[in-house]
Ligand binder design. Structure first.
Ligand code: ATP
Ligand code: MG
Ligand code: MG
Length: 556
């Protein structure tokens, strides 16, 4: 479990419990089912569910399903799976804003009867004109003074489907001269003939977010309604609605800053473009900052929760570097992933004095500090592979790997010496001829020190694997904030890193062959890898995704 650090929201909750304002807390996570969850949502999930856990309260999952055209069952299902994978469980049944459509409608009629709402016939463009802006007050709609009877009649006919889409709206009567534009008679019902994933074709009018959200919170007796900072200016409307409908609960809206990640976009709309334009393989492409993408990449739920913890909760900018996310993931994998050897860019090494039946092998633990992970035999054969990076003909100063005429230890095996370097016509090294010191299996050589240890695999015993090496998806820190010469935003998709995926054939110890999908390993000295959730079939050719390297490759 991650240590709890205090923040301003916890202070508010502590006060509310101390003063007896609340006996316990109820939070909610309210996604719109219009895309897959991303790392920003993960922060909100960890906050809402984490608070409920810490304070022995409850956290609801409520789908904010008020925009039928953009919402789908697939999205709703993926969101539930992602929350569970992150390690959280909502209280009771899943809730939906659409569960409250009847009540929302009844409250709307109440507001009309109280003279606080009217049916408006301004077009969207006229409405913008009447609304004014920050520099000038708005003007009242010419439809604002209709009688209660007329408004009720028109609203009922809107509901009954008598009017075309977009021809009428229901608006709150608040204040067209308010400096807060959200209070200038906001629309709270619109006509939209769209099939809804839960209510089907029952409704052709749909309530707006600002009206729906606060009432849904109140119906569920949410105590603290946590949302991101862009809703700060909507809080007066949240409070106005709850002050003007008959409901016995008034949750407190509290805003915190959105988490953003450099070299990524965190907006469902933009992530959706990457998917629909085929720039990634899907929402769960391992390069995507979506929860399902990070899962497929091999990130651990513990690592993502640790990252959310490190983001902290405040009202100031919360832009995080990928290295913080990867660092958190790496920390959680360190103790959790068994270690095996793999060679991703092989050079063939022939052991010239290998003697069948004499040259032996050793058992090796899967984790140096976790004997409970067990061990496996690391077989050796006359031909092995080592990584090209581990040999240098002309070594730089301080080189501790293999070099012509030099010695190195093969991890869990013998010390070898490179006697001959063989090259092709272009001068590329194709093979090394080495001799092993038979007295060095599990023992130090006599009379000399060999410091370097490298990983390797037996060519005969290792299995071929498809290994997908991922890099950052974008080439610039803020792909969606780059402006052209005229000051206009440049399409963020221009900054996709063309080298963000490289697929290689690697050679891995055979003990991974039967690993289930989503099994994590450390490939010693290389990084953390996971068997692909979809493409890896146990017993077949393994498919690994590189989760993260052993060291921070993001450092600037
Ligand atoms: P997007 O802009 O990606 O569509 P959204 O805010 O519209 O995000 P919702 O489905 O409405 O997406 O979000 C559900 C909850 O997650 C909301 O409470 C929202 O404030 C929170 N959330 C969304 N993005 C972030 C983020 N980047 N950081 C923290 N919380 C976030
Ligand atoms: Mg939203
Ligand atoms: Mg959105």
């Amino acid at each position: 479990t991650t240590p709890v650090t205090s923040n301003f929201i916890r202070s508010i909750i502590d006060d509310d419990l101390a003063t007896g304002k609340h006996k316990g807390i109820i939070t909610r996570f309210p996604p719109e089912p219009n895309g897959y969850l991303h790392i920003g949502h993960a922060k909100s999930i960890c906050l809402n569910f984490g608070l409920a856990e810490d304070y022995q309260g409850k956290c609801n999952l409520r789908f904010d399903d008020t925009n039928p055209e953009k919402e789908s069952v697939e999205y709703a299902e993926s969101i539930q799976a992602d929350i569970k994978w992150l390690g959280y469980q909502w209280d009771g049944e899943v809730k939906w804003a659409s569960d409250y459509f009847d009540r929302l409608y009844a409250f709307a009629e109440d507001l009309i009867r109280a003279g606080k709402a009217f049916v408006c016939e301004l077009t969207a463009e006229q409405m913008r004109e009447y609304r004014g802006d920050f520099s000038r007050p708005g003007q009242n709609s010419p439809y604002r003074e209709r009688s209660v009877e007329e408004n009720l009649d028109l609203f009922r006919r809107m509901k009954a489907g008598e009017f075309p889409d977009g021809s009428r709206t229901l608006r709150l009567k608040i204040d067209m001269s308010s400096p807060n534009l959200n209070l200038r008679d906001p629309v709270f019902y619109r006509i939209r003939r769209a099939h809804h994933i839960r209510t089907g074709d029952k409704w052709c009018i749909y309530p707006m977010y600002d009206y729906t959200h606060c009432i849904s919170d109140a119906v569920e007796h949410i105590t603290h309604s946590l949302c991101t900072l862009e809703f700060e200016a909507h809080r007066p409307l949240y409070d106005w609605v709850l002050d003007n409908v008959e409901i016995d609960c008034h949750p407190q809206q509290i805003e915190f800053s959105r988490a953003e990640l450099l070299y990524a976009v965190t907006s469902k709309r933009k992530l959706n473009q990457l998917v629909t334009e085929g720039l990634v393989s899907g929402w769960d492409d391992p390069r995507m900052p979506t929860v399902s993408g990070m899962r497929r990449r091999g990130y651990s739920p513990e690592g993502i929760r640790l990252f959310a913890q490190r983001c902290g909760i405040s009202k100031s900018e919360n832009v995080m570097d990928y290295s913080v996310l990867e660092g958190a993931v790496r920390e959680t994998l360190e103790a959790g992933a068994p270690r095996v050897m793999a060679v991703l860019d092989p050079i063939k090494v022939t052991l010239t004095n290998f003697e069948p039946g004499v040259t032996g092998s050793r058992a090796a633990p899967f984790h140096p500090h976790h004997p409970e992970f067990g061990e496996r035999e690391v077989p050796i054969a006359p031909v092995i592979y080592i990584d090209r990076e581990d040999f240098a003909e002309v070594p730089p100063a301080g080189w501790q790997r293999l070099t012509a005429g030099g010695e190195v230890r093969l991890r869990y095996s013998y010390v070898i010496k490179c006697d001959e370097v063989i090259k092709d016509a272009e001068g590329r090294i194709t093979e090394l001829k080495c001799s092993l010191d038979p007295a060095t299996l599990g023992q130090n050589p006599v009379g000399r020190k060999v410091k370097g240890v490298i990983h390797w695999v037996s060519a005969e015993h290792a299995i071929e694997a498809e290994v997908r090496l991922y890099d950052r998806l974008f080439t610039v820190e803020r792909p969606d904030a780059v402006r052209g010469e005229g000051g206009e935003y440049v399409d963020f998709k221009q900054f996709i890193n063309p080298n963000s995926l490289k697929v290689v054939t690697g050679y891995v110890e055979a003990c991974v062959r039967d690993a289930a999908p989503e099994t994590r390993y450390q490939f010693e000295r290389i990084g953390y890898f996971v068997t692909d959730r979809d493409d890896h079939l146990p017993g077949g050719k393994p498919v690994f995704n590189r989760t993260v390297g052993l060291k921070d490759s993001w450092a600037k």
